[in-house]
Design a protein around this ligand. Structure first.
Ligand code: ADP
Ligand code: MG
Length: 564
């Protein structure tokens, strides 16, 4: 009894048509998808020469009968749908019945397979679409498909293949995505004898992510978990410091299917809001579960595009899921505080102190009743643990990291000064006299113009002695009798004077000269810092990409207090 049927024409006509075999990675994708659909618990991929010479995908899935093994290679033959209604709610990765015949048409393909309980397995050989051999073979339960010499009979398409490295990159990407989408399946990928990926079976996405992206990176992500209106979103978003201009992993999975979706990516960015540095791409892996009837995967032959019956709803869920992960994790007492956020504990402590303090305030000190400070009236500021400044803003509160904030202020000021603006300097009553190492001295001589542009006034007194007569205004108590200068020169001298020195100098200077955690600030200093911060170009991230402030929307507080 065969499971596979040839789809009747009226169904075929409803299926998005087109070529699916573009390059070796597309073959890997289709074969691995078949293995997953077959219920495999382990999938092994071996390629040679970037997949040009060989692609072999082996699984321990349910296998096929002899009859099905032959049928599977016919066009529009599938076991996954049988009626038009089935098209409305696809729960498998495949459904078109086109992949195996399309691959077999442009390669030398050998399929071997065995079902549980069958005495023998079946091996089918097809070359350029022609059946060459069918025979019994001994093998374990499961299916192996070997694809050799892809495009051997279509030289024009063979010519379009890129370098081994490029093809391999695409293949790795395909395996990575499907592995993220199916943490319960073990995967391995080898290039010849070289093992590129070995991923054991995992219980969930977060463990799989750790295997793929490494423990280190996982300390810089926040878990995402949201369930609303029939949509489940799980996964992780990276802290802003993981964001880069390009090359950052970004994955969206819908019902176990990796997809590309402009609007959903956009929703992620929207969730970050101003936390994201300009033009930076954040790290994210989001896995969505939605009723398959609300997702149309029959849009494009490669099945990477999907349409949602209610896109707005999905979009909103993603924005909210990302926002919740980034902004309010410290607020929800029932959530596990992710150890992964390096400052989660501090933020939580600060916040709890804030809340309990607010509760203790005498009534006359209550914050303005209507949620916003009136025009012109100073907003009350409160410093917690000599580290965080709490301030009321429109529709919520912000918590400012005093060090990160000041770093941002000094960084932008330093960059302006280094590109020719006149620095604000402050003359020292007593010049600092400092002894430097020979390397530091050489560095100083070469970079004296930059240091002066920053606002330092330096005199060389001897072979290894300098005096600093003036310092950039705003350095304040961090000057520490010149120790600040020694630190900056020491740190930069190690790297030497090369390209990017200006930015490095600005970064090192701002980090060292910024207000530290632990410094008590007067109300006036806090106000000044916050004013300066909001006058910068990128007030929401420090030069290292960490947030300078966290916003807690009033609506979140209202929700936490059961007001809504
Ligand atoms: P589709 O996946 O869209 O159904 P394919 O051409 O990829 O079409 O595969 C055709 C059929 O062959 C599948 O429906 C399935 O029944 C069978 N098949 C393919 N690969 C495997 C496999 N690895 N294990 C078991 N059955 C498979
Ligand atoms: Mg398939």
């Amino acid at each position: 009894m065969s499971k596979i049927r040839i789809l009747p024409e009226h169904i075929v006509n409803k299926i998005a048509a087109g070529e699916v075999v573009e390059r070796p990675a597309s073959v890997v994708k289709e074969l691995v998808e078949n293995s997953i659909d077959a219920g495999a618990s382990s999938v092994e991929v071996v390629v040679r020469k970037g997949g040009r010479e060989l692609i072999r995908v082996s699984d321990d899935g349910e296998g096929m009968s002899r009859e099905d093994a032959l049928l599977a290679l016919s066009r529009h033959a599938t076991s996954k749908i049988s009626s038009e209604e089935d098209l409305e709610a696809i729960s498998t990765l495949g459904f078109r019945g086109e992949a195996l015949p399309s691959i077999a048409a442009v390669s030398r393909l050998t399929l071997s397979t065995k079902r549980e309980g069958d005495l023998a397995g079946t091996q089918v050989v097809v070359e350029g679409g022609m059946l060459k051999d069918v025979r019994e073979v001994g093998r374990d339960l499961g299916t192996t498909v070997e694809v050799r010499d892809i495009f051997f009979n279509t030289p024009a398409r063979r010519k379009f293949l890129r370098s081994t490295e490029t093809e391999l990159r695409h293949i790795t990407q395909v395996v990575t995505e499907l592995a993220l989408a199916h943490p319960g399946v073990a995967f391995s990928l080898s290039h010849g004898a070289r093992k590129l990926m070995v991923l054991p079976r995992r219980r969930g996405l977060s463990e799989r992510m750790e295997d793929i992206f490494g423990k280190e990176r996982m300390t810089k992500v926040l878990p995402v978990s949201l369930k609303e209106r029939g949509i489940e979103v799980e996964g992780a978003v990276g802290l802003p410091e993981l964001a880069r201009r390009s090359g950052v992993p970004q994955h969206i999975l819908v019902n176990g299917r990796p997809i590309s979706h402009r609007n959903l990516s956009h929703a992620v960015y929207l969730g970050y809001g101003e936390l994201l540095p300009k033009e930076a791409s954040p790290f994210f892996v989001l896995s969505l579960r939605i009723d398959p009837r609300a997702v149309d995967v029959n849009v494009h032959p490669t099945k990477r595009e999907v349409r949602f019956s209610d896109e707005r709803k999905v979009f909103d869920a993603v924005v909210r899921a990302v926002r919740a992960a980034l902004q309010t994790e410290a607020l929800a007492p029932h959530l596990e505080y992710p150890e992964v956020h390096p400052r989660a504990r501090e933020i939580k402590e600060a916040l709890e102190k804030y809340i309990s303090k607010a509760q203790q305030l005498p009534l006359s000190l209550e914050l303005p009743r209507h949620g916003e400070a009136e025009e012109g009236r100073p907003v009350p500021l409160w410093q917690a643990h000599n580290k965080y400044i709490f301030a009321q803003v429109k529709n919520g509160i912000i918590i400012v990291d005093q060090h990160a904030a000041h770093e941002r202020v000094l960084y932008e000021e330093a960059l302006r000064n280094l590109s020719g603006e006149r620095p604000r300097s402050q003359h020292l009553l007593f010049p600092a006299v400092l002894t430097l190492s020979p390397v530091e001295m050489r560095f100083l001589e070469e970079s004296a113009p930059l240091l002066e542009a920053l606002g330092f006034v330096i005199r060389v007194l001897g072979k290894d002695v300098v005096a600093v007569d003036a310092v950039p205004a705003g350095v304040g108590p961090r000057w520490r009798d010149g120790e600040l200068f020694s630190e900056i020169v020491g740190e930069l001298a190690e790297g030497g004077t090369g390209a990017g020195l200006k930015e490095k100098l600005a970064a090192v200077y701002s980090c060292r000269a910024a207000i530290k955690a632990g410094e008590p600030l007067s109300p006036k200093q806090m106000q000044q810092l916050i004013d300066q911060l909001f006058a910068t170009e990128q007030p929401f991230v420090c030069p290292h990409g960490r947030p300078t402030l966290i916003r807690v929307p009033l609506e979140d507080l209202d929700r936490q207090f059961g007001r809504r």
